[in-house]
Design a protein. Structure first.
Length: 521
């Protein structure tokens, strides 16, 4: 049965030995205020999970102290015991150890100084730069903002990746899933999106779950090299950390994001990846003896991710006007999007970017399957200039890939089919892009304009990438005012269309090395 131990606050500092503790005799000598303290003791311990008796007043999600040295998180509240997950190093815990409440629901200390730092799931620095000052404690678990506090998603979040910004636009406050098999470039899209925020006034949070420490160090170096660490926080729960820390990492990242959201700022958060997060939660749940369901996951694994992703939002002016844009990453096995965790997260998010291994192996990077990728916010979160030039691009590409598969089995193609295939090859070629080479909105508009208007039809297929790089340089050198006008107005009128077409024609005449040689009759 749970027990409570009664302690006395004495006016004297002398400690009364246990064998002399006689309540009747003590009443005459000591003035005290009786208080009840909920304490317990460890009755079982294995694999980082403690079962403690007592603690009948403990709260779900409360931090408890074990033996005065270790800390744990109370997760299972049962009739006669409490299931506690140990946070950090669990060596030295044994049956009979005292467990005491702290009265503090799990939270981490944050401040503006956290920008540019690497922290663990408990908010402790991991980059060797010492502690940062704490101005506020943010709870890891929090109710998502209500419907009345939100506004619709209408401001674009530019990733700098042409294929995404043109066909699968992401808005500030949106939740867009990045899904695909291992080694198809999912992390690269997330890192590229962060690098592109250097002039967008967006704070970025990158959550690394279950990765090697070397990979996290490499990511930090990439951010440093591109100047992205000036506005980015990395939350790391590496593969060598406990399942509890991997389980808490996304909530820690979100707590940091909500700190800046409360200041009215726009935040981008990448969860890399939630497949490992679900596996860590499954491990904890099975150790806590929670009944498992489909694929051995507990029944509340959907709630695990929904209460995380529902907190991504765009607030209205009355609530500060900030936003949190979430890009969760999910790893599939053999392109199986119908597995448990992928279907769960697909149903929670506002669309998905589906990366295909076959496209990746064929050299298409980013390997986005246009047919299976979708943004449920759509062109509501897209700059009008990009909408104007890329309006039919997604449909054209889907038709091209169907026609391309058909054309492999036919040697005799009519002129119209050949022209459609040639156009599709060039549009497809324009969408190839290095993940660390983001383009501004105006640069994307000018390049896509050339492809969809047929101004690349005379460019050799193998030279499209070089043509694009040279063309963008040429625009900055000779037509910077044109780029500035597109950036300022964010739409194309007849005058801009004409000037763009003229600029491309002049550039093509200046660079015959990119062109298909005309047949001499």
């Amino acid at each position: 049965m749970p027990t409570k131990k009664t302690t006395a606050k004495t006016t004297k500092k002398t400690k009364i030995p246990q064998q002399m503790f006689d309540l009747t005799a003590l009443l005459d000598k000591v003035e005290f205020v009786p208080t009840a303290e909920s304490v317990g003791e460890v009755i079982a311990y294995a694999d980082g999970v403690v079962r403690a008796s007592g603690l009948d007043d403990v709260q779900a999600g409360e931090i408890v102290e074990i033996s005065g040295k270790k800390f744990g998180l109370a997760l299972n509240l049962e009739e006669n015991s409490v299931g506690i997950v140990v946070m950090g190093d669990s060596m030295g815990i044994k049956v009979g150890d005292l467990v005491t409440r702290t009265g503090r629901i799990l939270s981490i200390g944050v401040s503006d100084s956290i920008i540019g730092r690497v922290i663990n799931s408990l908010g402790q620095p991991q980059d060797g730069k010492g502690f940062f000052p704490i101005t506020q404690y943010m709870p890891l678990e929090k109710i998502a903002p209500g419907v009345m506090a939100r506004q619709s998603v209408s401001v674009p979040l530019q990733t700098g990746i042409k294929a995404i910004d043109a066909m699968i636009p992401i808005g500030r406050g949106q939740r867009e899933l990045i899904i695909g098999d291992r080694s198809t470039g999912k992390t690269a899209i997330g890192l590229g999106a962060i690098i592109n925020q250097h002039d967008q006034d967006v704070i970025c949070v990158y959550v690394a779950i279950g990765q090697k420490r070397a990979a996290v160090a490499q990511t930090m170096k990439i951010f440093e090299d591109h100047g992205a660490l000036d506005y980015t926080i990395i939350v790391s729960a590496s593969a060598s950390d406990s399942a509890a820390e991997q389980f808490l990492a996304p909530y820690t990242g979100l707590a940091v994001a909500e700190y800046f959201l409360e200041q009215g700022k726009d935040v981008l958060i990448i969860y890399d990846d939630l497949s490992k997060h679900a596996q860590a939660y499954r491990e904890i749940s099975l150790l806590l003896r929670r009944p498992s369901g489909r694929e051995a996951y507990p029944g509340d694994v959907f709630y695990l991710h929904s209460r995380l992703l529902e907190r991504a939002c765009r607030l209205n002016k009355e609530h500060g006007g900030g936003s949190i844009t979430a890009l969760p990453i999910i790893e599939t096995q053999a392109n199986d999007v119908s597995a448990y965790i992928p279907t769960n997260v697909i149903s929670i998010t506002d669309g998905q970017i589906y990366l295909e291994a076959d496209l990746f192996n064929a050299g298409m990077k980013p390997a986005i399957n246009v047919g299976l990728s979708v943004s449920r916010v759509g062109s509501a979160a897209q700059v009008k200039a990009i909408k104007q030039v890329a309006g039919t691009m997604k449909l054209d590409l889907a038709q091209f890939r169907e026609l391309q598969a058909f054309a492999q089995f036919s040697s005799d193609l009519d002129e119209r089919t050949k022209k459609t295939l040639d156009r599709g090859i060039r549009v497809n070629g324009v969408l190839r892009q290095g993940w660390d080479d983001p383009l501004s909105m105006a640069e994307q508009v000018t390049v896509i304009f050339a492809a969809v208007k047929g101004l690349l039809d005379t460019v050799r297929e193998e030279m499209i990438q070089k043509w694009e790089a040279s063309y963008v340089e040429y625009l900055h050198a000779s037509h910077q005012t044109l780029l500035d006008k597109i950036t300022a107005e964010q739409k194309l009128d007849d005058d801009l269309n004409k000037k763009l077409q003229e600029a491309i024609e002049v550039f093509n005449n200046l660079h015959p090395e990119f062109m298909i040689e005309k047949e001499v009759k």
